[in-house]
Ligand binder design. Structure first.
Ligand code: SF4
Length: 354
């Protein structure tokens, strides 16, 4: 029988209300059996996203050699990880790689480049790449992930046809300096703000398995809520040898599922994307995670290989889900939470907010 706590969380989520901290912390503990937590999260996922799974694909436009020092990243300054290192690939090559994934079912193409942020020439390269992809696949969603944005850059990307901008908060603000010294949590928040202001769909999530506490997980979920993202990637650390976090293998499949459930309750009607690390940390429970996340990456990650696409597609079908088509809308049409009925000003006893 589902517990009172889980019933309460489901009821709140269906009304787009978020958990209390104590409720969220209970999800991460062991008082609620895992299967009940997943079943409760699945009710919310089903309500807003049905049985659809959205597929996204990454094109790594420029790999390695980053001047930033994010401790989880194989491309960081001083990384000894033996990952591919190359400068910008040509727009035509990027379009070819993207086209393969689109034909395999990807609805969103994420163009990612290492580095602190884009320069003028980089923006030109991305504009040309977007044009090359759109000429073949006009309806594909294009998300860009180029690091910190300066004034005016998000507007340029929007004008070029980008649909979304991705920039993860990664971890709780209080822990940010532990994982990176070359930029701040606030820098990241500012970039997401620039992207949203320019009309780009904000995509921002986190990475778990970096030594965070349960409260840190709640903190980063709340910080992400403040950004009002349309998509929230949930990553599980891929511990690359040769990086500062290379020996952290803290996660279990159960821990990953509880974190995903927590994110489903904090983001009931938002795209929760099961992202990097799913294969190595969820292992045989990947398909169980589809009952919580409504979106995954298809194919390889930035610098590590993912499960073969055919296996992902089979897993989706075997688990009773369907791949979201280009004509299907990802987010629920009705965002009632965005409409606040006026209860002040004219016709009331309260002053207006002018
Ligand atoms: S996460 Fe991005 S900014 Fe940080 S080191 Fe990796 S590529 Fe550079």
């Amino acid at each position: 029988m589902t517990s009172e706590l889980l019933n309460t969380l489901v009821d709140k989520a269906l009304q787009r209300r978020i958990p209390e901290r104590s409720e969220a912390l209970a999800l991460l503990g062991d008082s609620e059996p895992l299967i009940d937590v997943v079943a409760a999260g699945a009710r919310v996922r089903r309500e807003f996203f049905g049985a659809r799974v959205k597929l996204n694909t990454i094109v790594n436009m420029k790999s390695g050699l980053c001047p930033e020092d994010c401790g989880y990243c194989s491309q960081r300054l001083g990384s000894a990880a033996e990952v591919l290192k190359y400068s910008w690939i040509a727009p035509e090559k990027a379009a070819e790689v993207a086209g393969d994934a689109v034909r395999a079912g990807a609805k969103r193409v994420c163009l990612v480049a290492s580095g602190r942020g884009p320069g003028e020439r980089d923006l030109g390269r991305i504009e040309n790449t977007i044009a090359a992809i759109k000429s073949e696949h006009p309806r594909v969603e294009i998300c860009v992930c180029l690091g910190l944005l300066a004034d005016g850059q998000a507007e340029r990307l929007a004008a070029a046809g980008a649909h979304a901008y991705s920039h993860n908060l990664n971890t709780a603000e209080a822990r940010y300096a532990d994982i990176c010294s070359t930029h701040t949590f606030t820098d990241r928040v500012d970039t997401l703000g620039r992207a949203s202001t320019a009309g780009l769909s904000p995509c921002s999530g986190a990475i778990f398995g970096m030594g965070e506490s349960d409260d840190d997980i709640v903190d980063v979920a709340l910080a992400l809520r403040e950004l009002n993202p349309d998509s929230v990637p949930v990553n599980f650390l891929i511990p690359f040898e040769g990086t500062p976090l290379g020996d952290r293998w803290d996660l279990t499949p159960e821990r990953c599922l509880r974190i995903l459930a927590l994110f489903r309750f904090y983001f009931p009607d938002v795209e929760v994307r099961l992202a990097g690390g799913r294969e190595i940390h969820l292992r045989g429970l990947q398909s169980t995670a589809l009952h919580l996340a409504n979106s995954i990456f298809l194919g390889d990650y930035l610098t590590s290989e993912g499960q073969p696409g055919a296996d992902d597609r089979q897993m989706i079908i075997d688990a009773g889900f369907t791949i979201e088509g280009v004509d299907e809308q990802t987010l629920p049409a009705a965002r009632h939470d965005l409409v606040a009925i006026r209860r002040r000003g004219a016709g009331t006893a309260l002053p207006s907010n002018a």
